[in-house]
Each structure stands twice: as C-alpha cells, then as structure tokens.
Design a protein around this ligand. Structure first.
Ligand SMILES: Nc1nc2c(ncn2[C@@H]2O[C@H](COP(=O)(O)OP(=O)(O)O)[C@@H](O)[C@H]2O)c(=O)[nH]1
Ligand SMILES: [Mg+2]
Length: 299
C-alpha cells in the first residue's frame, strides 16, 4: 500500500488578483494564504498541503507574476513567483472566466517554459451565467498552449475543486508524503501572524497605503496558555502613520482585533496581540529590511 502513495507539488501561477490564494485556502480548508480584492497581496511563496486517501498534494501559492516595478520589493516578489514554478510536477495557470488579458502573459510564459505538466484553471465561473460561454475561452486557450488539462473552477464557491483534486492526483508521482499528515502549511505561526495583519492592511486601507506597509513580529511568547504577540507595522513616511492608526486609534484597533480573531482560529487558543506603527523610510528598497521581512529569503 505505502509504496503506491502519490505525492507531489503543484504551483499556482497567474496574474495578481485572479484568485490563487482563495483557491488554495478552499482546497486546504483553512486560511493559509491571505487574500484581498487588491492585487499583490501575496508577497512570499506559501505552501498549502492537502491530504487524501493514499495521496498528498503540496500547492505552492505564488505571488502574481507581473511586469516588474521599480522598487526592489517588486522585483523580489516576481522572483519569488518564478522560483515557485521550479521543480514542481504540475504548473496550474489560473485565469479569470472573463477572458485572457495582457496581464496573463508573463504567467503564461512561465507555464510555457516549464517542463512540468500544465493545467489551465478558469476561475470565477460563478460570474458567468451560461456555461457555454466558457467554450470559446477554452478554444482560445488551447491555441495559446497545449494544456494537459483545462478545469473551470470557482475558488470562492468551491465549484470544480473535487474534479481538480481528482485530476491532479493522477499526475502526482509515486512517492511517499513529503509533509506530516497533520501539517497544512510550510509557514510557522510567526509568519502567519504577520500575514494576517498585512491582510487587514490590504483590506482596510485605500489606494497606495497598503503597498507602503510591512509587518514584523517582534516577540512571541505563550504565558498561561495565552499566546502573546508584539508586532510592528512599518510605513514609508510620516504621513502614512496617522492613516494606519485612524481617528482615535479606531483603525489600528480594528486591524488588531480582526487579525487576532484569525490567529485564534489558527492556533485554536487565546491570543493577545499588540500592534505598533513605526516609520522606516524607503524600506521597500532596503535589502536588509526585505531580508528581515522574509521577502527575499530562499525557501
Ligand atoms: N466571484 C469570484 N471572486 C473570486 C473568486 N476567487 C477569488 N475571487 C476574488 O478575487 C480577489 C482576489 O483573490 P486572491 O485570492 O487574493 O487573488 P490572488 O492575487 O490571485 O491570490 C478576492 O477579492 C477574491 O474574493 C471566484 O471564484 N469568484
Ligand atoms: Mg495571492
């Protein structure tokens, strides 16, 4: 039995905002990767692990591949995305059901260059009224690349996820499981804490401000079964600080309490979270800071 076990890696690639992280969370059944309606929420690679009878699939959620911006941070994000495609068994390119866009091209190129099997995931099918509308899109897609499989899904509703898993399992090599069965992500609680705070920043701040923020975890300690966490939100300039804090500290309070609620679900216990806001000019261009944030780490 055990020598029949199937296990492998699947990279989720695609332009920012197509729904990669949402799908990963749906498949894993827990929030392992943060999401928002804004592009570029995901900065690092995150692995989410799904287990079944006789198989294990490790999904690599990559930041959206996009045309590199000027800042070092953006270049690092792209590198993280491209590195996520290396060495996997399947590259799953995600597009939106409303059609191919110019922004899909860099990820398509990455899929094309990969020697892995290629899946096309057509996401957000909940937004199309008639299924037949997908046929011309599928036709157009096979002309771009000879995909091994094309699977329509809705990451938010979970439509098509069973078919996706069943199909993927067939492509997984015969190998023992790479991760313990009870592990759902390769990331530790410290990383998840900073990500849940970042998720709130992306959800609650407008315009450019969330892109100017970073989060570090300064201390983490369990005292009498309560997990105490000290975190710092870094902003790029003085004017952004009051925006994050909000009138009378309201916004910072909301950021903290929402992040704490998410964390308590993850650790299945009580969390005491203290969040500070500090200014660090030019952090998005500072190699030392990017290393500290884990954006430029190599997994
Ligand atoms: N209607 C709809 N929206 C979705 C679906 N999947 C993701 N979204 C939304 O698309 C946005 C981006 O999702 P996210 O997972 O962060 O995208 P990523 O940048 O590719 O990781 C979020 O607002 C999601 O709620 C879907 O299947 N249907
Ligand atoms: Mg994402």
């Amino acid at each position: 039995m055990t020598d029949e076990f199937q296990s492998g890696f699947v990279a989720l690639v695609g332009r920012p905002n197509v729904g990669k992280s949402t799908l990963l969370n749906k498949l894993v059944g827990s929030k392992v990767s943060i999401t928002s309606h804004r592009p570029q929420t995901t900065r690092n690679r995150v692995v989410g692990i799904v287990n079944g009878e006789g198989w294990q699939i490790a999904f690599v959620d990559t930041p959206g591949i996009h045309r590199p911006g000027r800042k070092r941070l953006n270049k690092m994000i792209n590198q993280n995305a491209l590195a996520g495609v290396e060495g996997v068994d399947v590259v799953a390119l995600m597009i939106s059901a409303d059609g191919w866009r110019k922004g899909d091209e860099p990820a398509l190129a990455a899929a094309r260059e990969s020697s892995a099997k290629r899946f096309l995931l057509i996401n957000k099918v909940d937004t199309v009224n008639q299924k037949e509308a997908l046929l011309p899109l599928m036709q157009e897609s096979v002309e771009k690349l000879a995909f091994d499989e094309i699977i329509p899904v809705s990451a938010t509703r979970g439509t098509g996820t069973d078919v996706l898993i069943e199909t993927l399992v067939k492509y997984m090599p015969t190998l023992p499981a790479g991760y313990p069965e009870d592990q759902i992500t390769d990331r530790n609680v410290q990383f998840q804490s900073s990500e849940l705070i970042r998720e709130q920043l992306f959800r609650q701040l407008n315009d450019e401000v969330p892109y100017a923020t970073a989060v570090t975890i300064d201390a983490m300690e369990t005292v009498e079964q309560v997990l105490h966490i000290d975190a710092t939100i870094w902003v790029e300039n003085d004017s952004q600080k009051p925006i994050v804090i909000g009138k009378g500290g309201e916004r910072l309070k909301r950021i903290g309490s929402n992040a704490r609620a998410g964390l308590e679900r993850i650790v299945a216990g009580q969390v005491y979270l203290q969040v500070w806001v500090k200014v660090r000019k030019g952090w998005a261009d500072d190699p030392g800071m990017l290393r500290e944030l884990g954006v430029s780490d190599d997994l």
